[in-house]
Design a protein around this ligand. Sequence first.
Ligand code: ARG
Length: 742
Amino acid sequence: MVCLAISVKLVPNFKPNNYNFVMKKLVLSFLFLSFLFQPIAKADEGMWLPMLLGEQVYADMVKKGLKVSKEQLYSMNQACIKDAIIIFGGGCTGEIVSKEGLIFTNHHCGYSAIAAASTVDHNYLRDGFWSKSKSEEIYAPGVHAQFLMKIVDVTDKVNEKIKDIPAMELTQKLPGILAEMATKETEGSGYEGRISSMFKANQFLLFVYERYKDVRLVGTPPESIGKFGGDTDNWEWPRHTGDFSIFRVYTNKEGKAADYAADNVPLKAKYSLPVSIKGIKDGDYTMIWGYPGGTNRYETSYGVKLKTDIENPSLVDLRDQRLKYMLEEMKKDPAVKIQLAGNYAGIANYWKFFDGESKQLLKFKTFEEKQTNEAAFLTWAKGKPEFENLFNEYSKMYDAWRPYAKQRVYMTEGIFGSPLIKFASSLQKLDAALSKKDVSKEDIAKAIDAAKADRTNFIKDENVVSDKNILGFVTQAFYNAIDAAQHPAGFYAMINSKFGDLKTKSTYEAFSNYVFTTTAILDNAKWDAMMANPDTATLHKDPAFMMANAFNTNFNSKYAKLFADFNAKNFVLGKAYLKGVLEMNKGKKMYPDANFTMRVSYGKVGSYSPKDAVKYSHICTLSGILEKYKPGDYEFDAPVKLIELAKAKDYGQYADAGAKDVVVSFISSNDITGGNSGSPVINGNGELIGLAFDGNYEALSHKIKFDKDLNRTINLDVRYLLWVVEKLGGATNIIAELDIRK
Ligand code: ARG
């Protein structure tokens, strides 16, 4: 799952939050803390925990246009907006919009499921899909819906558990401890618990979820609508993407969450959002609910600099080429297009993001701003031994790691950016099992089965032509970019002796060709023979395994410890820094960094000026699609029917009174990030008006720095969604299910 879907794999140093948890009654100290922790941030910045809004934040929401009560937002005793918000799949948000469990989310959130349901003959990615009755809905294996049941403060319990653990071991041990506590607290309840750390481990909350595993595809527009504008328009406004797809949650006949079964029935929803087609105006109140995946608003100046100097540019250069090789093959063959589409979209999404992030961090002078904040912190910290040396420590810590940071990115995003080498690397588990003394037959059999299953998945997604080009490229890129002292021993000497001059591209092409033609991984007969009787010697002779092993061994023997120390120290210092920041700002409104727990952000529909002399309207319309339309283009093609309807101004009940057109999308000042994809945009009356699907380019610093003037969330207008469903999909059955407010 990608995008404003979070993408854990793709972000360097992004640690998935600890999916771990515990249980306890809501205690007073929690309410007290929440009051301290959530007093007023600047402009529309802030991703608030909806159950901890506090009077100040709620009052501010009302002042800005909210008309519903606090209980209608979040309550343990009555059905409320919170009950309509779900985690969709692995990293997106969805909302329940009918009594029968209908879900709206983004097209890019449903993308992998749509691709998986597609074949060259039933190409739903290309042609779209509309079920006209429930029996036509398509089960989406692996796509789950999770509802939040309750939240409990477990800070004291966690602190008690970790009080004797040496600080430098905490980052390693904490996830396991939280997972264990969470499991214990939810045992036998049928629910799942996860404990999330807030304010860099200064507060711990247990979130309890119910997981539904039978989710079915109900409808999707063709990709030429759902991804209109492609990567050219991605992360940009103006924007004309119809980024939505529609699913449904199913339960067993007793109405309980259950595995897929053909005779399961639609969920009887506790609460579903009404849908407004009354339209929006610049300045209208908007709130966005959902699951922002991660921010790091208290990143230090050192971290910002490492990112803009080394990490982001390295990642961008490497992905740039990998994407080019993938796209070449995708354009040649529709089957390859379907095969690579999901992975490609994920890599491309954060390729552009990290490029934009660096540019905006530099534009906003975030490094300098952080330095100023840190100086102010030090002034406050003077004479407080717990805090006054923090930044000396940070400085030392970054000095120790910086010389190796590039190598790590060139490994993860370079060498292991070749799918073949990445898979070969996974065979180290088999290698380890085989090399263990006194290993049981059973354990070996298990390791073999796992390797076989992994290979089946790998082969399904493997396109040899693009991968071969990628491998040649990344091998050379590593050689050129990384200090020779950090190369794996003997590896490039081997290439030099067997394939030629290390400065020449063709050397690496010959090497890659050799790997691809010789490895057993891509040859069924050789692979089967190897798995029938695996031994480490044969494995180590395989060129793909050999390469993965060379780079892993190099890193593990010389740099892994440094990296682990860097992370451990970063955690310890971060925890202390945040503790200081909270003390220093006592009584002020603060929100915890995003960590894929439910949040609400509020703001307004808002036009903006991205640069001198330019002013962007708050809406995009169907007429804009006609302007961008390029028949046959990879990114700007659109269905003929859409073009005809737009030209005929056949808007039905969905036209905007002011624009005299169908509004496709609008922007708002809300503070969101990856993971919020698919999030409902809700008006002051608690009605759905849109789906958040992106952030704007001019403020892509937002994970680290929210800019109060330029930050915008890009939202699909729900009226365009309905127009497409009705006029292009003819799926009036879907429209009939909704509670539409005119
Ligand atoms: N930038 C969007 C997000 O992160 C995802 C858009 C997907 N589209 C694409 N062209 N890759 O939510």
